[in-house]
Design a protein. Structure first.
Length: 469
């Protein structure tokens, strides 16, 4: 068999994961000379002898998970099935493989030998009520190796892919190596278990690893790192178990990854981590508080450092992954903590698509409200902004500032017609984002000016923000 047909990229995430596992196994000294059937036997022995046939999240009533087969019988039946594919003695038809696109002999694929497809019992899953998807033998063989390249994440299995093939391969290769390492250590009981319990933390942990590797590749050049960070991560969280097969897709967009890389750059990483780590929560751990100086969560009887609480749910990471704004969390933090406004600028321009001119104008308005002003004026302005509940009220506030600037003899208008129509309140714009960015800019300016005003976030705003936690 042409090895390339077993390892070439197809675009199907499961087939490509299986191909990458085969590629990794063939790179190992003790397996590089093995034929594909010998490689199948090697994997089958792991599944049966070390994992006790625990492939139920992948295959339904397969030769491995079939309860009627025991021990060596599982391995024998597995080899019998794949041998019939290799010598093409199994029922087949000529056609185009649904995954590889090649014209070749095709074999029926159901839930017993393919992940998350229909089965012979549910023919309505397939075109023209056929007995299954029709795939080439190479694709079906690839599927058998998928479990070795994935991890168990809570109650489902996690598979990560990327628009960068090297990133996908690094994920599969690492998992495969760790699964095999667990065998040699005698601790293998099934698919490698992730230390995380939710997809957001797992994805961002991989983003941390990826960021570290990128920095090494470009020798710490942050400008080059910024150019290289156009990477999207896709996490398939799935199970093919019994009567409840399910898959959820989580996408860490390239814009979010790029923003996350920036937040971990030297100039802002310390401030970002202080903010981010204060938003971890664990519903099972009560009566604790975040200690900013040590970045620990501390309770009466137990302290948690980052290595312990990094698996807890984090509302900021959840919102970044789910496309929700993190401005509310930043605003609440910024009231009492200085926070680099450049992080907000990058977030708004890269992730939220706000015009740079809009942000510049917002910063100019914040300067106008804070610089050379008494605390009474600043306090009233903040409370007015906090209380705004409509676009109309926000517009009236801006117009009032513009009028005051004119009456006080301002040499130039604070806001021009173009500023107002094209940047602050263009059609389809989110006025709440403009308000929140302005409030953040005001608070940060207060920290710079070392001024204090008694203008906390209003109760209803606080309630809305608390829903993020």
């Amino acid at each position: 068999m042409d090895k390339e047909l077993l390892t070439a990229t197809t675009g199907d995430p499961f087939a490509d994961t299986g191909g990458l596992v085969i590629k990794h196994l063939w790179s190992l000294p003790h397996l590089r000379d093995k034929g594909i059937l010998e490689l199948i036997e090697y994997a089958a022995k792991i599944y049966v002898n070390n994992w006790n046939g625990k492939l139920h999240a992948f295959f339904l009533n397969s030769t491995i998970t079939q309860p009627a087969f025991k021990g060596q019988k599982k391995i024998d039946e597995t080899l019998k099935f794949y041998r019939s594919l290799l010598d093409e003695s199994r029922d087949s038809q000529i056609g185009y493989c649904r995954i590889s696109g090649r014209e070749t002999k095709l074999f029926a694929a159901g839930r017993d030998n393919h992940i998350l497809s229909g089965s012979g019992t549910f023919v309505n899953f397939h075109h023209s009520f056929e007995s299954g998807l029709f795939l080439s033998k190479e694709i079906l063989i690839r599927m058998f190796f998928v479990p070795l390249g994935l991890v168990q994440l809570s109650d489902k299995v996690a598979m990560l892919t990327s628009n960068d093939q090297q990133v996908t391969e690094s994920f599969v290769k690492r998992n495969c190596a760790q699964n095999l390492q667990a065998l040699s250590s005698g601790i293998a009981e099934g698919v490698l278990k992730s230390e995380f319990n939710n997809p957001a933390n797992a994805l961002f942990n991989f983003a941390d690893d990826l960021n570290t590797r990128l920095q090494r590749l470009i020798d710490g050049d942050e400008d080059e790192l910024w150019k290289a960070a156009n990477i999207t991560l896709n996490l398939y969280h799935f199970t093919n178990f019994g009567a409840s097969p399910e898959v959820n897709l989580y996408v860490l967009e390239s814009t979010v990854f790029k923003f996350y890389v920036f937040c971990n750059s030297i100039k802002v990483k310390k401030d970002w981590n202080r903010f981010l780590r204060s938003h971890y929560r664990n519903s099972k751990v009560k009566g604790i508080e975040y200690i900013e100086l040590t970045e620990e969560w501390r309770g009466k009887d137990q302290n948690f450092d980052f290595s312990a609480y990094k698996t807890w749910r984090n509302s900021v990471l959840d919102n970044l992954l789910n496309g929700k704004s993190i401005l509310g969390a930043i605003l609440k933090w910024n009231v009492d903590h200085s926070f680099p406004f450049i992080i907000v600028e990058v977030y708004q321009t890269i992730v939220r698509n706000m015009e740079k001119r809009t942000i510049e104008k917002i910063k100019q308005i914040a300067d106008y409200i804070v610089v050379n002003r008494d605390t009474d004026f600043i306090t009233k302005s903040i409370k007015r902004l906090n209380g705004e509940k409509s676009a109309h009220g926000m517009r009236q506030f801006i117009i009032k500032l513009n009028g005051e600037n004119y009456q006080n003899g301002g040499a130039d208008p604070l806001i021009t017609v173009q500023d107002y129509a094209d940047y602050l309140f263009p059609d389809g714009a989110n006025w709440k984002e403009v308000r929140d960015v302005l409030l953040i800019a005001i608070y940060e300016k207060l920290h710079e000016e070392n001024k204090f005003v008694d203008a906390p976030i209003l109760e209803d705003e606080e309630s809305e923000i608390s829903n993020l936690n």
